[in-house]
Design a protein around this ligand. Sequence first.
Ligand code: ZN
Length: 332
Amino acid sequence: MNPLVHRVALAIAALVAAVALPSMAKSQGNTEAADATVHVLPVQGNIYMLVGAGANVTVQVGSTGVLLVDTGLAAMSNKVLAAVRTLSDKPIRYIVDTTDDPDHIGGNESIAKTGSTITGGNVVGDIGASAGDTAAIIAFQSILDRMSAPTGKRFAMPQGAWPTDAYETPQKSFWFNGDSIRVFHQPGHTDGDSIVYFRRADVVSAGDIFRTDSYPVIDLDRGGSIQGVIDGLNHLLDLAIPADDKSKDEGGTMVIPGHGRLCDQADVVVYQEMVTIVRDRIQDMVNRGLTLDQAKAAKPTRDYDPLYGANTGPWTTDMFVEAVYRSLSAKH
Ligand SMILES: [Zn+2]
């Protein structure tokens, strides 16, 4: 992609995200999904991004099959599949869950069912591989623990949606479609988040550590923490290399956020700085002994609220400030 095309693609991504977000919010209840559209956006190399199905869905295609990072809302599964089929007619082999929110894993069961895993040792190609019944679902262990919790618990899910390949190590690496894929455990939004790095394509799928449409969602009940989010953003900056504008070189690492528009390294820098500054302000308030209400009243996010704030909806500015305050206070 030349730099101009690249910039145009970024601009289109921003537009698509802006159009898609209101309908995403409505489709949380799965009732409006019939009206929603899934847009396919080329990212870089053999990586694409699907926008409008809930969380962003990352698609890697190649001769060995298809890999998805997240699967969107359950009610959008058919549209996600139709979008994938415009890119490849190969079987879906892998699904990686970056977290266990319904708008990230809703399609797990129905989409995995259409695929088939590659079994029988190292995953290096089609030769000698035998097919399993469904695509493999990769996620951190605590995601499986929550999904498979006894019925009645908050996040229990049908068995067909569960990870088949839960990992407990700091990272899991494998080779697929001519690329090395590294899945990193990156707790922050919850204790079970992953980010996925496609080394050759030079694309990172960041999950909810990084989003352009709101402050980071820190779910303390599921083991999230503000420090985890910042560690995750720092890790993204370790992985992401900016394109050199002066040499008009194409490329640079592309970063697919959990929600919002397609980004590059500079966008992650902006977000990392914002989150770090807000963390420092609230840490200072905690150190000075301000109560939670006093901290909220001091409006530590005021200058960023036009970009990331919300007074209504599932993740308000107040909820973010409270989560950061509690996350920082819990250590003392
Ligand atoms: Zn999300």
